[in-house]
Design a protein around this ligand. Structure first.
Ligand SMILES: Nc1ncnc2c1ncn2[C@@H]1O[C@H](COP(=O)(O)OP(=O)(O)O)[C@@H](O)[C@H]1O
Ligand SMILES: [Mg+2]
Length: 352
């Protein structure tokens, strides 16, 4: 009996995306189905290259098809991806048209590792195959240009600034626009003006994700960004201690008031793994941010250990994800990137 396309689709309907809570056929993921004599091939086109279920979908598809159609000798499943754009509200349409999703990384306090997380999250998304940009909008303490170490300054073409590229991340930093070692006292209107300049004058290539490293707290910079660009959602970085968490919660409320969805919390400096004996030690109250996320019904994207090699990473200007890809820390950042990409997919699918 000849196998029809609908028979194959029927089989593939058994594969359910646990996050999106729908089967991959209803989600429109299955494409380019070809049924030949003893061979079936198709694509599963996911909403992000960072999908942690890639291998599992492929395996399930192969097993199910072979089970249902024993006469088929070869099942050829290709995993592809196309990141969906966040829905844009009116008024935002003209800004950053080639950027599919804008993710603000914020924290209540400075020094909790916001920039470290922003840089490594960007790098992890790039490692997973996404096109990533990183905008360092922390006018008070821009550090991305140091963390990604650039010896050159960005080139200006006409009225536009071209971002630099390092470790597969396109990036631009407020650090390039202000003089080093000159402390600047920013007053409200100046903050907004500087941020606006940064947002409107950088010529980004087409991006799946633009990560924005915000200044800490809830001031003019955050407001300007949320008002001027269509932010898909925010990630909050916190260490697992009460003070950091209390201020992180204020940040959270600000984003919610601005109608910016919270994509999740990253618990940084969560625990320590001894490089000599591999024993795991909690420095602060490990899991505290995770618990708080649970109470607030937002996802904890990942717990990042205290990493002694962060200093080396900073000196070399290479993110930990690239410098020590097999380390626990790199893996925890990959996990954060996968979880973040999934949250964004959920949001964008829900809106459609
Ligand atoms: N997981 C970590 N392990 C070890 N050191 C870290 C970690 N995260 C951040 N740091 C260090 O803590 C300091 C503050 O981090 P940074 O990312 O600049 O914070 P923020 O942007 O919130 O001010 C930096 O010296 C950084 O290298
Ligand atoms: Mg910083």
């Amino acid at each position: 009996m000849k196998i029809e396309e609908k028979d194959v689709f029927e089989v593939l309907r058994q594969i359910v995306d646990p996050d999106l809570k729908k089967d991959i056929v209803s989600l429109g993921f299955v494409r380019n189905l070809k049924i030949e004599d003893k061979k079936i091939s198709f694509e599963i086109n996911l909403t992000t290259p960072a999908c942690p279920l890639k291998a599992e979908f492929k395996r399930q598809a192969e097993v199910l098809i072979k089970e249902k159609f024993p006469e088929i000798e070869e099942v050829n499943v290709k995993i592809t991806s196309q990141v969906k754009s966040a829905e844009r509200q009116a008024g935002f349409l003209e800004v950053l048209p080639d950027v599919k999703n804008i993710v603000a990384v914020g924290s209540g306090k400075g020094g909790v590792g916001k920039s470290t997380v922003a840089v490594n999250l960007s790098s992890a998304l790039a490692v997973l195959g996404a096109r990533v940009g990183l905008l360092d909008a922390d006018i008070y303490g821009p550090s991305v240009s140091m963390m990604l170490k650039s010896s050159t300054k960005p080139i200006i073409v006409g009225e536009k600034i071209l971002p630099l590229k390092s470790n597969n991340i396109f990036y631009i930093s407020m650090g390039f626009l202000i003089e080093e070692e000159t402390p600047i006292i920013w007053r409200g209107p100046l903050v907004s003006k500087a941020i606006e300049q940064l947002l409107s004058e950088v010529e980004w290539p087409p991006l799946d994700y633009l990560i924005v490293d915000l200044p800490p707290g809830t001031g003019d910079a955050q407001l300007t960004i949320c008002q001027r660009v269509p932010v898909t959602g925010a990630v909050i970085v916190s260490t697992p201690n009460d003070v950091a968490l209390a201020t992180a919660k204020r940040g959270l409320v600000m984003f919610q008031k601005m109608n910016v969805p919270i994509l999740g919390i990253v618990e940084n400096m969560s625990y320590f793994i001894c490089p000599h004996c591999n024993e795991k030690t909690d420095i602060f109250e490990s899991g505290l941010a995770e618990k708080e996320a649970e109470n607030l019904k937002i996802p904890c994207l990942s717990k990042i250990p205290i990493e002694p090699k962060i200093a080396e990473s900073g000196e070399k200007g290479v993110p930990i994800v690239n410098l020590h890809p097999s380390s626990e820390t790199a893996k925890s950042f990959i996990k954060a990137a996968e979880a973040l990409a999934q949250e964004i997919s959920k949001l964008n699918i829900k809106e459609k």
